[in-house]
Design a protein around this ligand. Sequence first.
Ligand SMILES: Cc1cc2nc3c(=O)[nH]c(=O)nc-3n(C[C@H](O)[C@H](O)[C@H](O)COP(=O)(O)OP(=O)(O)OC[C@H]3O[C@@H](n4cnc5c(N)ncnc54)[C@H](O)[C@@H]3O)c2cc1C
Length: 573
Amino acid sequence: MPAPRRNNRGNVHANIHDALTEQVPPPAWGPGEIRALEARVRSDSETPGTTPWDLLVIGAGITGAGVARDAAMRGLRVLVVDGRDLAYGTSSRSSRLIHGGVRYLEQGEIGLVFEALRERRRLYKIAGHLVSPTRFVFPAYRGDRLPLWKLRVGLSLYDALSLYRSRGHRTLGPAATRRLEPLLAAEGLRGAVTYEDAVTDDARLTLTTLQSARRHGAEVLTYAPVVGLRREGELHVAELGDGSLVRARAVLVAAGPWTSERLLGTAGRQLLSLSRGIHVVLRSEDLPLRQPVVVQAAKERRILFVVPWGARTYLGTTDTVYEGDPGSSGVTAADAEELFKLIGRILPSQGLRHDRIVSAWSGVRPLVRAASADDGDSTVELSRSHRIIETETGVLAVVGGKLTTYRAMAEEAVDRVEKALGVDLPRCTTHRRPLVPGVPLDPAELGDPGNAGNPGNPIMADLASRHGPFARDLMIRIDRDRALGERLIPDLPYLWVEVDHAIAAEGCVHLEDILRRRLPLALTDAELGVRVARPVAERLVAAWGGAASEVDAEIDRYRELMHRETGRTLPRC
Ligand SMILES: Cc1cc2nc3c(=O)[nH]c(=O)nc-3n(C[C@H](O)[C@H](O)[C@H](O)COP(=O)(O)OP(=O)(O)OC[C@H]3O[C@@H](n4cnc5c(N)ncnc54)[C@H](O)[C@@H]3O)c2cc1C
């Protein structure tokens, strides 16, 4: 437990901490580190007198990751546990947007939009390599619920709420709209508004946040479900699936859609409404968009996104009431049909067909229920803002919210933890310290494909977009062994060096962790993912010192997961 620092709101402490910790490479997180932590948790469990953790975070999605990073940076001893892999839940199944949320303006959620736009700005600063500003096109058609003039007014407000710090919106007539995006249907087109928002890789943002937390001393244990939680005097005691007990002075539940009575007692009853949203992925030649397009749903106050993603385009999302295990939500033919119908109205393409789907994903939103809510058949109008609650036994929980606002949610949550612990911690600094330390990459290092004098190295550019300054180290490894610079699959930008790095330094236990969340390979192409499953599994099992038979077990597990999620039966490999 850090000594209480009275009259010191943290800057001196934080700067020294920076100097000591921010210049080192990412902490290793391979089989050795994972086994050592498991052994330590077991041994602590058997020795009741050992120093308890200051904070136990339950759930390693983006919310838990943000809380762990903030708390560790303020000096707390933090343990994060997740029942599955990090980002296993909603945090690897979102629309992958860092956005203010234009649709929330229509619902009058001005505060939420303002906060999200502020957080978007902060994420550009601290996670610039993972959060890419992109121009979205929002067209209006005859008879649309939101006509062009309303879009113009809404996006003017959006610009104002972003404090005019991003490229402002522009209004285009029908001809200019089609010049910008020729795929848009001409019939009934009234024009469009273009505006800035950002795209990200949700699972990698979660991983990178957790790596930053680990760099500041937090520990993260995956595949360790909490099956019971109780209070023993001053301490909280969590029981893990293997029977180990974890003792902590404070507990914060960040279990996303799994937050329930089981973890929170009566405070968790009827707390959330679950809403399922699916995305489907097509090859870009089947829907060759130039930039993301926003599509208005015909009847509800809902919008959909069609987002170009390298050699792919993804479309989503639906918003339907869901009951059941959030981990088992999958994509049905009816879901895909709904998307094709809504999107095909303004982006007619032969490619909008079931047999063209190359992958898909399905996520469950943990939406906070209104006090007297009967959600009926729709969750569309439920607020996306978050809430922090405290149970009778002093367990804290963060529920609801968005990927975009995770840092602010975490700051508020750690302030509550500070109160619960009764100590004076340094102030939050997560908004100004980059997730990946090191000297930022210079544009000259990346080059520019259009500049004959310095066209750059496309491998470096790909690596930089996922690993930030650490891309330099990965390039050095490729220079030593050229095979590591080869792509796993020719038309997708993921490299063998990243597989080895994932196994050694990104906390992977199972094959699905690598192919589904460290690299979004399974999402970009489920079947192609299976083709490389064997060599990737062989590397993973070898690193863990496992028997050859475990390779097949890993592949079966991965095929089963992808079948559940995409509804497709993948070939054997
Ligand atoms: C379809 C869809 C699209 C979205 N699009 C966007 C978007 O574009 N932009 C945006 O800002 N937001 C978006 N969101 C919202 C955003 O994705 C979520 O708010 C966010 O990911 C929630 O993160 P979380 O960490 O709270 O929950 P999760 O990511 O679900 O994490 C919870 C974790 O808790 C673990 N867990 C559960 N129970 C236990 C237990 N007993 N013991 C240990 N661990 C446990 C789970 O394994 C899981 O890893 C979207 C959501 C959906 C569903």
